[in-house]
Every structure is written in C-alpha cells, then in structure tokens.
Design a binder for this molecule. Structure first.
Ligand SMILES: CC(C)(COP(=O)(O)OP(=O)(O)OC[C@H]1O[C@@H](n2cnc3c(N)ncnc32)[C@H](O)[C@@H]1OP(=O)(O)O)[C@@H](O)C(=O)NCCC(=O)NCCS
Length: 176
C-alpha cells in the first residue's frame, strides 16, 4: 500500500530481505533503547530466516506459545525502514488485559514528523481488512506521544490499570 504524506511517498510492506542494511541501521539507531515493537527484538543475524519467521507468524505457523498470529509491517520511505508496527490478528485473555492488537515504533531519526499517526492509521486499515471490529490499543500513561497518537486515531479510553509495572499506569483504548 502506497500513500503520500507531507510531500513524501511512503509504502506499507511486510518484511523483505532487501531491507537488511536499513533494518540493521534502524537497530543501531535504537542503541540501548528498548526494541519496540517485539519483532525488532527477535535476533536477525540470519536475515533471510528472520524474514521467513515473521511471514510464518503472520500465517499462524511455528508460533512460540507466547505469540498469537500477527503480522509485522514496515513503513518505507526512500528505500529506508522508517517505522515498524505489528498487528495481532486475535487476542487471548492475557493480551486483552495488557498488550492489545497493535504495537508500533518509529525509528529515532524519523520521530517528531507525524509518522506514528500515519503508521497507526495504515495498521488500523489492515486490522479492518481482516475484520477486527474493536481494535484494542494500550500504552503507558507517561508515553505522551503514544497517548496522543492513539487519540488521534480515534481511540477511546476504556480503562486504566494502575501500577501495571512499578509506577507505570497502563491506558487501554478501543478504536471502533
Ligand atoms: C511513541 C512514538 C511511536 C511516537 O512517534 P513519533 O513519530 O515521534 O510521533 P508523532 O510525530 O507521530 O507524534 C504523535 C503525536 O504525539 C504528539 N506528541 C509528541 N510528543 C509529545 C509530548 N511529549 N507530549 C504531548 N504530545 C506529544 C505529537 O504532537 C503528535 O500529535 P499531533 O499529530 O496531534 O500533533 C515514538 O516516540 C517511538 O517509537 N517510541 C518508542 C516506542 C514506543 O513508545 N511506542 C509506543 C508504545 S505504545
């Protein structure tokens, strides 16, 4: 899927082997920052295998016990991966409690340009395409950019878990 945003062309794709260098540079940029969403945290030394693994997960194949079927998306601009999202196709009890359908991160050097808004909208379109009617999206209360991004996408705050992790409160939104 291709879109124009602020005068640039962006494409939403699923992982491809040709982006190995761009992926490695994204990981380098993250440095010691937590790799979020989780596909950025899977070892990718064997990049071909990494790409195949993510495609298998998308088809519900070879899933570890802690995963439900989910698709990883990359947002591409000028042949660079600028952001990453993943969409869970379904939620188990635990993920409904905390986790939700969509996780998303923007490459550090591309932050502050509205790309999280764009990628969340595109990922929500993918959720609609597989008939998810109520999309659950969660974030920590102190993550102000994430909170704003979810609200921009039409997320309605449905509940809050106090002290979900230490002093971190989890906000739970639904996009209908
Ligand atoms: C959170 C994250 C995805 C935001 O990405 P980004 O591309 O820099 O965000 P955007 O530029 O699209 O900004 C999103 C909105 O947040 C707002 N925003 C940004 N920083 C803010 C702040 N400190 N306080 C309030 N609002 C803020 C922006 O103004 C924008 O709202 P607007 O479009 O209504 O003006 C990015 O910082 C990131 O990848 N963080 C690490 C991973 C993460 O936390 N993911 C979210 C987990 S739920």
């Amino acid at each position: 899927m291709e879109v124009k945003f602020n005068g640039e062309k962006y494409a939403l794709i699923t992982p491809e082997k040709t982006y190995e260098d761009s992926f490695n540079n994204y990981i380098k940029e993250l440095g010691s920052e937590e790799r979020y969403p989780y596909p950025l945290d899977i070892p990718a030394d064997d990049f071909q295998k990494y790409v195949e693994t993510l495609h298998n997960y998308s088809q519900g194949k070879d899933l570890p016990a802690w995963l439900v079927p989910n698709t990883t998306y990359w947002l591409i601009c000028n042949s660079e991966i600028v952001a990453c999202s993943h969409l869970r196709h379904e939620l188990n009890h635990q993920l409904k409690h905390a986790g939700g359908h969509i996780g998303l991160g923007v490459r550090p050097s591309f932050r502050g340009r509205g790309l999280s808004n764009l990628l969340l909208d595109l990922t929500i379109q993918q959720a609609r395409a597989i008939s998810i009617k109520e999309i659950h999206i969660h974030c920590f209360e102190d993550n102000l950019a994430s909170k704003q991004m979810i609200q921009n996408a039409g997320g309605l705050l449905t509940s809050r878990i106090d002290n979900y992790q230490a002093n971190l409160h989890l906000l739970r939104y639904v996009v209908s």
